[in-house]
Design a protein around this ligand. Sequence first.
Ligand code: GDP
Ligand code: IMO
Ligand code: MG
Length: 442
Amino acid sequence: MPGVCVIGLQWGDEAKGKVVDLLTQQHQVVVRYQGGANAGHTVVADGQTYKLSLIPSGILHPGVTCVIATGVVIDPAVLLAEIEQLQQRGVEVAGRLLVSDRAHVIFPWHIEEDRIFGQRALDEGEAIGTTLRGIGPCYRDKVGRYFAIRVGDLLRSDAEERIRRVAEEKNRALRARAGDQFQELDGRRIAQQYRQYAEQLAPYVADTTEFLLSALEQQQHVLFEGAQGALLDVDHGTFPYVTSSNSSGLGVSSGSGVPGRYIQRVIGVVKAYTTRVGGGPFPTEQDNAIGEHLRRRGNEYGTVTRRPRRCGWFDAVAARYTARISGVDHLAVTLLDVLSGLPELKVCTAYRIGQRQVSSFPSHAQDLEQAEPVYETLPGWQEDISQVRQIEDLPQAARDYLDCLSRLVGRPVKLVSVGPDRCQTMFVPAASGDQLLVGGDV
Ligand code: GDP
Ligand code: IMO
Ligand code: MG
């Protein structure tokens, strides 16, 4: 059962793109199965930086098939631009990319709806602060069904008529809601535009569920690339400050069409600290010189929106929760180099909420908002570790820090990243009887 998943265990941007790129060499197929162009996955290969938003991070490896599966919401303009940019840089996409005919399509009205509602404060106060990519509105239409249009619909003869009809409905609703704030959508123009998109995308469109099931039945190795992080999962994250898909390990099957029995291993990716973009509770946030150190050294600015990311200490209560719901086997700890130079490091081991001390993750955002972190403090290290290539060559304090994360999250660390480049990676040697993350067995 050769399916491996890479899941972010925090609020996104854990360097999933780098980990997927590294693991791609042992896989024949790489799959995105939820989210959309709200994701920004960075791969640094041979000194070149690639930022991927819809296309799986495996695309840089020739010979690997990349799949955008059913659970992804697709903005055709973004996808076509991404294909074009990759081809211009010499990455062959034609014949290597499959796009699900069941995936839902993002239209200009979804982006308008995101603009009108997504930045507005919720009743409780803060705005979600979405990426404005139309993600939430498209998923809402999918669940609501009446206004939903899938990739397969775009290829049918009645597509233009259907798009015009939905545009009329959306104009009516948005005008009533936003008045002057809203510029009428030209349904006819959009329909023509999407017909062109459909023609350009047609060669990539396939029944990806059938493709993936056949690949797995033939023992091909399939790598599932999560987008966002498990704390942004719409059902299990810090609701309502979440994205609109199941971004924890729980979303792999529904998004890809592949049952759990094919998933052999789940790798949870965590930064050595925590970041968050957008609104919502963040108990270990450091809105001070420490946060500034992390943002500067980690270059913590959003890949998609360039917003400064909020930065703070590692939250082991949150990561333990997301590792458990995601069925994580191993941890990949990234951006460890960013912690160099801090005199001491803190890791959150529990929360104090009112009079209570809890070590489980609260289900309500307001409880999390009030949570005071209880910290374990560890010594820091001063050395630059970005050139270290063996775990045993790391400063003792860095090794102790990794041991602490592993103990508190309850999973072994198998991969450590100390810089963006492929080569800035260490694999933890397997203990006897233990399986290596990277090796012939994945
Ligand atoms: P993703 O969305 O999970 O794929 O992560 P992003 O690409 O949005 O953000 C991760 C950022 O950290 C990117 O700019 C990477 O190039 C960079 N990066 C990845 N691993 C490391 C690392 O170990 N150290 C440092 N300093 N940067 C890293
Ligand atoms: P990757 O895959 C970090 C956040 C947004 C916002 C919330 C909802 O690169 O890790 P949305 O546009 O999805 O409705 O926004 O989710 N968000 C991310 N934060 N990394 C991401 O993706 C994100 N995708 C969405 O900032 O708070
Ligand atoms: Mg990102």
